[in-house]
Design a protein around this ligand. Structure first.
Ligand SMILES: O=c1ccn([C@@H]2O[C@H](COP(=O)(O)OP(=O)(O)O[C@H]3O[C@H](CO)[C@H](O)[C@H](O)[C@H]3O)[C@@H](O)[C@H]2O)c(=O)[nH]1
Length: 166
């Protein structure tokens, strides 16, 4: 992908998202963040702008939105052409996922399916999906490698496993 490509980063206001966005901007990419600020604050995006400086900040756009909302996504994809999506938007607390499993399936799974449907409609075929070590359950050894057996032990992990082998 050329450095002038345009990347949509879902959950780009979050912990890993903001770090990724800084790196993408430094590499010359145009970046659009879509985030519902469920577990982040818009100030994080302001900090990203401060870190990369005024010039690179012009290549960053923030959109307050929810990946479960198809109209929201359609609006974004109809206004800009994205070469790829890096997908971080999701809930990530194991304990909370056991107390509120439907919330996790709704955000992490329905949200992703909605995103993928809109990507397909707009012919955006490149995706980097942020998974989780929870997909391996309690592995016999660490670090985990990708050919370990998938054995998620909680709803959070299962929402991530569903992306690799539905
Ligand atoms: O439906 C949702 C749920 C969350 N978010 C946003 O997604 C971002 C997630 O960022 P967090 O700081 O909460 O999470 P991390 O960056 O630490 O986690 C990332 O890495 C994890 C792996 O450790 C998981 O893959 C997780 O999905 C991924 O966001 C937040 O800004 C949150 O507001 C949305 O936009 N939509």
């Amino acid at each position: 992908m050329s450095a002038c490509s345009s990347i949509l980063v879902t959950g780009g206001a979050g912990f890993i998202g903001t770090h990724t966005v800084v790196q993408l901007l430094h590499q010359g990419f145009y970046v659009t963040i879509v985030d519902n600020l469920d577990n982040s604050v818009q100030e994080a995006v302001t900090r990203v702008r401060e870190l990369v400086g005024t010039e690179l900040s012009r290549n960053l756009h923030f959109h307050l939105g929810d990946i479960r909302n198809k109209q929201d996504l359609e609006k974004l994809f109809s206004q800009a052409e994205f070469d790829a999506v890096i997908h971080f938007a999701g809930l990530k607390a194991v304990g909370e996922s056991m107390a509120h499993p439907f919330r996790y399936f709704d955000n992490n799974l329905i949200g992703s399916i909605t995103l993928y449907q809109v990507m397909a409609k707009y012919n955006c075929k490149k995706l980097v999906f942020s998974s989780s070590a929870t997909v391996y359950g309690q592995p016999k050894k660490i670090p985990c490698v990708e050919d370990f057996e998938l054995k998620a032990m909680n709803p959070y992990g299962r929402t991530k496993v569903s992306h690799c082998c539905p």
